[in-house]
Ligand binder design. Structure first.
Ligand code: MN3
Length: 389
């Protein structure tokens, strides 16, 4: 380990350690000699055990309580303490010894641990989208009050964050949020009808978990990122333009008042934004490849088709309306994607269901966490009825 890496060493609690972001985060932590205070996973006991033996955290947590016994048995010869459930996630998020909490949990489950980390005054490296989509106002105001920094891990938000460095925030005119367009770019609404699960699970540029891969195919992912960008960077929705950029080389850009546009580029590898969030503001060698622009030759740009990809239109409409709408469309989407992955509905139904939420729910406010939970369960119940009905 070199001296520069040591200087940057941080104590990291990693929530969602067995997922795609989690395993890549561990690679980055290993490269830079970071200490892991705790690891948490949903249900993958075998990989969690392997990670625990390698990184030797003080705590591990398994979210699924029915897996607690198995994990305890697996780690019985170590001194590692085993926790479970939401309570376990939250106690890990709040631990005194953490310098930073990296939250890469999938889904709404991620919101409360983020709020708990902020409450405990811990900086958060955020990969969990639902945290800001469902609880944007709560999370950002709590972070401000506690003086906690939120470092985005998503490649687009990391790009925007990087493009903001050294410039005046109040002189930003717009954000250009790039989108790969997913596997069904250019499809008509009719063509989307015959899309299969296998096709939807195959993303052209990024290796990701199944939930986010489906979200990328419906473009809901970009809708969620649009909402996150609004909260992270304190923007009006009218200041965010989505641009389909098939090669995923430009990860997003910021336009300033003088119409200079500053972009961040790199190979499509999450380890770059993960490392920037953990090492900020330092830039050390990353375990990835160098970008060779001449290998690409051409970079292309197009407008997104929000009529065909209804989820995207619904997410933008939801944040325009505000209140509980972003939370409602997000939870509806989670439930619809689950139904799609369970072969209960066709791909095209995801967009129909998510956009129908806007017509079937009145406006309501989000004042605290319980309001988020209420909207969440209402939206899920709505989708379950739509799926079975
Ligand atoms: Mn992204």
């Amino acid at each position: 380990m070199d001296i520069a890496a040591n200087k940057n060493s941080k104590k990291v609690a990693l929530l969602g350690s067995t997922g795609s972001i989690g395993t890549q985060s561990l690679e980055v932590c290993e490269k830079h000699g970071f200490e892991i205070t705790a690891l948490a996973a949903n249900s993958s006991t075998e990989l969690l055990e392997e990670q625990a033996r390698k990184f030797n955290p003080e705590y591990v947590c398994i979210y699924r309580e029915d897996k607690y016994r198995e994990l305890t048995d697996r780690l019985s010869d170590t001194g590692i303490k085993v926790l479970c459930g939401m309570e376990g996630l939250c106690s890990i998020a709040a631990m005194e010894q953490n310098d930073i909490v990296l939250n890469s949990v999938v889904g709404m489950v991620g919101l409360l641990p983020t709020l708990t980390a902020i409450e405990a005054g811990k900086d958060v490296a955020l990969a969990n989208k639902e945290t800001l989509v469902a609880g944007g106002e709560l999370v950002m105001s709590a972070a401000k009050e506690k003086g906690v920094r939120i470092y985005p891990i998503d490649s687009e938000h990391s790009a925007i964050f990087q493009c903001l460095q050294g410039n005046k925030r109040e002189q930003v005119s717009r954000i250009l949020l790039t989108a790969s367009g997913g596997p069904f770019f250019g499809y008509t609404y009719d063509q989307l009808r015959s899309v299969t699960k296998a096709q939807a699970l195959k993303h052209p540029n990024w290796e990701m978990g199944s939930k986010i891969t489906i979200d990328s195919a419906t473009l809901m992912n970009k809708g969620l990122e649009f909402i996150e960008a609004k909260w992270l960077f304190d923007l009006d929705p009218s200041q965010i333009e989505i641009i389909v950029h098939r090669q995923s080389v430009i990860h997003s850009a910021v336009e300033y008042n003088d119409y200079s546009v500053i972009a961040q580029l790199g190979v499509p590898d999450m380890k770059i934004p993960i490392q920037y969030a953990l090492l900020y503001p330092d830039r050390l060698e990353c375990p990835t490849r160098r970008l060779s622009l001449t290998d690409y030759g051409t970079l292309t740009f197009a407008k997104p088709d929000i009529e065909t990809f209804r989820c995207l239109g619904a997410a933008i409409e939801a944040i325009d309306r505000g209140g509980a709408y972003p939370c409602l469309v997000n939870s509806a989407n989670e439930e619809a994607v689950r139904a799609f992955l369970n072969d209960e509905i066709e791909f095209i139904r995801i967009g129909e269901i998510v956009s129908s939420v806007l017509d079937n729910f009145g406006s309501s406010e989000i004042k605290d966490y319980s309001d988020v939970m209420k909207a969440d369960s209402a939206a899920r119940e709505y989708v379950r009825n739509a799926v079975s009905g």
